[in-house]
Write a protein that binds this ligand. Structure first.
Ligand SMILES: [Zn+2]
Length: 156
């Protein structure tokens, strides 16, 4: 796990890595301070394996979606937030469905409480929600997710 965020103060050791397949949690593991993690689960017939980061001060954020592994003990590096891909039109595509048509941009406002705004491609606010914080120190809220896919209901 490597921090891909401009705020280098993010504490990786406060985060958990979760993998879901067919919407079920297959494994959850704590990330070490160094960013290293070990995770063990047995793939069965799942269509894809979706990796998320969860933790104090971080909303559930998708960091990868993979359909298969190169080996039984793959050595993978994830970035937080994920390095996104763009289509030929230059639009960011979803980590999971690889499409751009249901993607919203996320912006944050620093009023109390922090609100998260979902913007359409024209920049208009489509939805605005108060950030669900499970801690009390506002300074420790990391605005990591910048995109939302309404098809998969994931932020990344
Ligand atoms: Zn999607």
């Amino acid at each position: 796990m490597k921090s891909n965020h401009i705020d280098t103060a993010i504490h990786l050791e406060k985060l958990y890595l979760v993998v879901k397949g067919d919407k079920k949690v297959l494994a959850k593991t704590k990330i070490l301070k160094s960013g290293k993690f070990e995770m063990s689960f047995t793939p069965r017939t799942e269509v894809s394996f979706d990796f998320y980061c969860v933790g104090i001060g971080v909303d559930t954020i998708m960091i990868a979606s993979v359909t298969s592994f190169v080996s039984d003990t793959p050595d993978v590096t994830f970035y937080l937030p994920a390095r996104t891909k763009k289509n030929t039109a230059g639009q960011v595509v979803c980590l999971k469905c690889n499409k751009s048509d249901k993607i919203y941009s996320i912006s944050y406002s620093d009023h109390q409480p922090i609100t998260k705004n979902y913007l359409n491609s024209a920049g208009a606010i489509m939805q605005s929600i108060a950030v669900n914080k499970d801690f009390t120190d506002d300074r420790n809220y990391y605005k990591l997710a910048t995109k939302y896919c309404d098809r998969d209901k994931v932020e990344f």
